[in-house]
Write a protein that binds this ligand. Sequence first.
Ligand code: ZN
Length: 147
Amino acid sequence: MSSLDDLYRRVIMDHYQNPRNRGTFDDALTINMNNPTCGDRIQLQLKIEDGIVVDARFVGEGCSISMASASMMTEAIKGQKVDEALKMADLFSRMMKGEDVEEELDELDLGDIEALSGVCKFPARIKCATLAWKAMQKGVSEPEETK
Ligand code: ZN
C-alpha cells in the first residue's frame, strides 16, 4: 500500500469517526436516500438562501465510505452557490468513473473528498461514495418534491 493510500484511508476514517455536520434542523429541505446494495441510509438537510447552500446537515447509518462521503460533501458545499455544488457533484461522479479530473481539481477544490478517489477501483463501493451527493443533487434540483 502506498503512503498516499494510507493517508487517504486515515482521512476517510477521521470523517467516519468524527463526522462533520452531523445532526438535524427543525425546518429545512430534507432528502432521504438509501443504497440497498450496501444498506447505507442517509437523511440530508439543506438550507438554501438566495441560491447559496448556507448550511447542511446529515444523519444516517452505513459503511465508513458512505458516512465519510456525507461528512466531506456537507463540508464542501456549505457556503457554495448551488451551481458550484452541482459542479462538484458532477466532478465527483466523474472521479468515481475513473476519469482523469486532475485539471478540474485545480480549479474546483474538493478538499478532503479527494481522499475518496481510490474508491473508483472498487465498483461495489462507488454507490456508497456517491449516495450523499445524489441526495444533494436531488434536493437542489427537485426542491418542491422533497419538502
Ligand atoms: Zn456502503
